[in-house]
Design a protein around this ligand. Sequence first.
Ligand SMILES: Cc1cc2nc3c(=O)[nH]c(=O)nc-3n(C[C@H](O)[C@H](O)[C@H](O)COP(=O)(O)O)c2cc1C
Length: 203
Amino acid sequence: MKVLVVFYSTYGHIYKMAEAVAEGVKQVGGAQVELRRVPETLPDEVLANMGALDAQKAFAHVPVCTVDELATADAIIFGTPTRFGNMCGQMRQFLDATGQLWANGSLIGKVGSVFASSATQHGGQESTILSFHITLLHQGFVVVGLPYAFQGQMRIDEISGGSPYGASTIAGGDGSRMPSENELAAASFQGQHVANIAAKLAG
Ligand SMILES: Cc1cc2nc3c(=O)[nH]c(=O)nc-3n(C[C@H](O)[C@H](O)[C@H](O)COP(=O)(O)O)c2cc1C
């Protein structure tokens, strides 16, 4: 049973979350997990202006995902930073290249799930995940979120991402806040949860 974690990250917050998701998947016997990033679409000059070039070196070793690879997975967990309350353009462009998979029904019945990151606490994590789900539904995915069995999303003693729609992290206005323990635990729980469901569907 193969699970792909497909992400885009500019400054590394989603990458950290992706690693935690992958750790969660590994808890499930028989689950094989692969990390993939979607292609960068911004020119180096723009990335340099965004102060992203150094940060991106930390995950440059992660193989770039191909569209065809998606069809080989039993479950795909997507990670995206929020862009104006939606998924980032890099992820959108990647998904817009999956028309052939849609035409062939290649993704129908696979488990799909989403995690996100935003700068501000109410800056659109939930809208990013929920609007992402629309694409997954068009492709025929069985959409899975983060159930309240992950009790960490009940916490109000500290600022934390995470909702029934999926794990998320708050990067802060200047990006200086890295995912908290609770947010990473949510990501890991989501990975495990998705893998458990994919195993049941595969069996
Ligand atoms: C063009 C652009 C639009 C953004 N839009 C939002 C937004 O709507 N809400 C928000 O809270 N953060 C927004 N952000 C901040 C990013 O979501 C934040 O940098 C990201 O979650 C950090 O994750 P990463 O390090 O994995 O890229 C935006 C950033 C950029 C560059």
